[in-house]
Design a protein around this ligand. Structure first.
Ligand code: 4NP
Length: 157
């Protein structure tokens, strides 16, 4: 449940086992470093990985950067999230479109596409690493870290 006294960010990808939990971990870590009180969560548009931990490659990549994702479990995004979170960040165009479709008309959440908050990179997505080589997870980590930095900067203003 969101703490109403602090800003909240939800990351959404397809499976909630690769990109969005990595983004969740990266932002939570960075917010802590900056002593920024923030609620951070992640979810998937799909339902295949409800209750599952993140992909082992995502856990390993985050761990290599000092972030522990092993306790996270997958969940599916729900309409109620649009009332719980201030900012919802879709990882790619498909996720963005799905979220726009399910968004309740009275939601006040700000819906962003992945890099929209990064100066000069608005409209760019985070590529899905799931079906690719393990090296793709390094790129994902770099992407979500850049997004996390931009969000912290925005929220600390
Ligand atoms: P994610 O990656 O959306 O970044 O979590 C995926 C994970 C699983 C599947 C697709 C994408 N899947 O088809 O099971």
């Amino acid at each position: 449940m969101k703490n109403p006294s602090q800003p909240s960010v939800l990351f959404v990808c397809l499976g909630n086992i690769c990109r969005s939990p990595m983004a969740e971990g990266a932002l939570r870590e960075l917010a802590q470093k900056h002593e920024l009180a923030l609620t951070v969560d992640s979810a998937g548009t799909g339902d295949w990985h409800i209750g599952s931990p993140p992909d082992a490659r995502a856990i390993a990549q985050a761990a290599a950067n000092g972030v522990d994702l092993s306790g996270l479990t997958g969940r599916q995004v729900a309409k109620g999230d649009f009332h719980q979170f201030d900012i919802i960040v879709a990882m790619d165009d498909d996720n963005f479109r799905d979220l726009k479709t399910m968004r309740p008309s009275d939601s006040r959440a700000k819906l962003l596409l992945a890099f929209d908050c990064v100066a000069g990179r608005s409209g760019e997505s985070v590529t899905d690493p799931y079906f690719g080589a393990a090296s793709g997870f390094q790129q994902t980590w770099e992407d979500v870290t850049e997004i996390a930095h931009a969000l912290v900067k925005r929220l600390m203003k």
